[in-house]
Design a protein around this ligand. Structure first.
Ligand code: NAD
Length: 259
């Protein structure tokens, strides 16, 4: 029988654990990294924006007294993902939680797009997930524990004109999550997915500003979300409070109504 207890506070104590969050120089990823820092984790801010990553790492160290580093990483490149994991293990000894947050949005009608546009979107949102996960898993399997959190989006369900390729990448992440969870579960590694609705971040601020009221109508709770609200869902999935949850997609979307 697995060892469990109802000391829920302990379940959310990440002291001594190392969490790597991709795309964490801003937006949801930054909030995710900060949430883990609040709970005592060492955090790795991996982002293509090296300066932004270093700034966030410095801020988290100052604010929460944890060890945090910024790593310039282009998740769409396998070698860069492998280097990210290597640098993490070198700095902190192991990687306990991988959060595949990096994603590339931007609306474009499919007929107006070119193969290069698809490659860019899939490169970050799908290959980024595959690259980082493939690089991180061997260490987790060897140690018999670890958690991976992937990202879908409300648009994985389709019916979001302009987000066909992005939505397809997000649907793939969801499917990948379920199958991978079945492959590595017995090795002690859990793989889950978070699916945010519209969240106010640098990627969406203009759009949200323009359509705030209309967007709110699409959610049972009547509003768009904030990065911290997604971060709490990610932390839950990574925590021991979710010790018997794997292969799941947690919809953090205010009760999105357009199914
Ligand atoms: P954002 O654009 O504000 O931030 C994304 C971060 O990823 C940036 O710091 C950027 O520099 C980094 N990044 C981009 N390409 C990269 C690469 N190749 N390698 C490493 N880092 C890279 O995005 P966000 O709104 O915070 O979204 C974060 C995640 O949540 C994404 O996966 C997104 O698809 C998903 N999501 C967001 C929303 C939303 O409404 N904001 C909704 C659903 C899902």
């Amino acid at each position: 029988m697995a060892e469990t207890s109802l000391d829920i506070r302990e379940d959310f104590d990440f002291t001594g654990q190392t969490v790597c969050v991709t795309g964490a120089a801003q937006g949801i990823g930054e909030a995710v990294a900060e949430a883990f820092a609040v709970l005592g984790a060492n955090v790795v801010i991996a982002d293509i924006d090296a300066e932004g990553a270093a700034e966030v790492a410095g801020r988290l160290t100052d604010a929460h007294g944890v060890r945090a580093i910024g790593l310039e990483t282009d998740v769409s490149e396998y070698d860069a993902a492998a280097a990210m994991v290597e640098a993490t293990v070198e700095e902190f000894g192991a990687l306990d939680v991988l959060v595949n947050n990096a994603g590339l949005m931007g609306t474009q009608k499919f007929l107006d797009s070119e193969p290069d546009d698809w490659a860019a979107k899939l490169g970050v949102s799908l290959f980024g997930t595959l690259n980082c996960t493939h690089a991180a898993l061997p260490g987790m399997v060897e140690r018999g524990e670890g958690a991976v959190i992937n990202y879908a989006s409300a648009s994985y369900r389709g019916n979001d004109p302009g987000l066909s390729v992005y939505g397809a990448a997000k649907a793939a992440n969801r499917s990948f999550t379920k199958t991978l969870a079945a492959e590595v579960g017995e090795a002690g590694v859990r793989v889950n997915c978070v699916s945010p609705g519209t969240v106010e971040t640098p990627a969406t601020e203009d759009f949200v500003e323009k359509y705030r009221e209309k967007l709110g109508d699409a959610y049972a709770l009547g509003r768009v979300g904030q990065p911290e609200e997604v971060a709490k869902g990610v932390v839950f999935l990574a925590s021991d409070a979710a010790s018997w949850i794997t292969g799941e997609t947690l919809h953090v979307d205010g009760g999105y109504l357009r199914r």
